[in-house]
Design a binder for this molecule. Structure first.
Ligand SMILES: C[S@@+](CC[C@H](N)C(=O)[O-])C[C@H]1O[C@@H](n2cnc3c(N)ncnc32)[C@H](O)[C@@H]1O
Length: 270
């Protein structure tokens, strides 16, 4: 199966809603919020700055562009109408935020009209990701900033000992739901090739805490998908979900993944 996030608008409504729920759970986890704060709060935007998130999902990360990065206003661009409707319903009361459907490779933004472009866990889902990077370059003002943060997916794990069966679900979900596992290991060449100057790069370790809400969505969706593909019988999938829930209840669950953020600047002379 191809990565459903790469063409979410083509998925049925219930798949889009299920993915929106999972994205929401991830956005709201304190450990995930701290990752975004770590790379956004150090940006020094000028007063009145306009920021755009490409691939804005349910809108929480677009809101961070105002609350953490200090943008005066922020726009989220996202192909899935279900995601855009969620973002609008969450943030309709904030005049600094707006959301619209669109494609990161072909936005309707004017040349050199944006101070900051953010792609948070977008590029790993985009076939031909350099087209989105080139589009960011086009819309950024000279001196403008592109920030990319994505998972380093080969590090994702729920393994707590040798031959742990839960870890197979994580590996399966990464295989099914990510187009390019290696995007953050390949990103520098893509950025310099588009004309950007490289800024700081940071690694961010994410350890699931408390109810492990996001990892639970990965395990539940993964186990269901294993049934759909004929890999597991439903009873086995139920048992694996139960194992994950029991680990959380017993404070034995472990879920981890590294994220990497990279800042890039459009040179002033372009
Ligand atoms: C993993 S979600 C991340 C959403 C949000 N950035 C967050 O962190 O909550 C990836 C999002 O990118 C969107 N997406 C995929 N391909 C896209 C494209 N070509 N242009 C813009 N968005 C895209 C998907 O629809 C999905 O909502």
């Amino acid at each position: 199966m191809s990565d459903p996030y790469s063409n979410l608008a083509a998925q049925n409504q219930s798949t889009q809603a299920q993915i929106a729920d999972a994205m929401e759970a991830r956005c709201l986890e304190p450990a995930q919020i701290e990752i975004r704060r770590a790379y956004l709060s150090g940006l020094s935007l000028h007063a009145g700055a306009f920021a755009v998130e490409f691939g804005s999902g349910t809108g929480h990360v677009t809101r961070d562009l105002v609350s953490m990065a200090g943008a005066a206003r922020a726009l989220g661009i996202e192909p899935s109408p279900v995601m855009v409707a969620r973002a609008q319903s969450h943030f309709s009361g904030d005049p600094r935020l707006s959301f619209e459907t669109g494609d990161a490779k072909r936005t309707e933004l004017r040349d050199a009209s944006v101070d900051l472009v953010l792609m948070h866990t977008l590029l790993c889902h985009v076939p031909e990701p350099q087209e989105a990077v080139t589009e960011a370059f086009r819309v950024l003002k000279p001196g403008g900033t592109l920030v990319i943060c994505d998972g380093d997916y080969d590090t994702a794990t729920a393994q707590i000992s040798d031959f742990d069966p839960l870890d197979q679900i994580i590996r399966f979900m990464i295989n099914q739901n990510v187009t390019n596992l290696w995007i953050m290991r390949q990103i520098t060449e893509m950025l310099t090739g588009a004309g950007f100057a490289l800024g700081s790069r940071q690694g961010h370790g994410y350890v699931a805490e408390g109810e492990a809400a996001y990892f639970m969505t990965v395990i539940e969706r993964g186990a269901d998908r294993m049934v759909e593909t004929g890999l597991l019988f439903p009873e086995t999938a139920d048992a694996l979900k139960q194992e994950a829930r029991r680990r959380v209840e017993a404070d034995k669950f472990f879920g981890f993944m590294s994220y990497v953020s990279q800042i890039a600047i459009k040179p002033n002379n372009l």
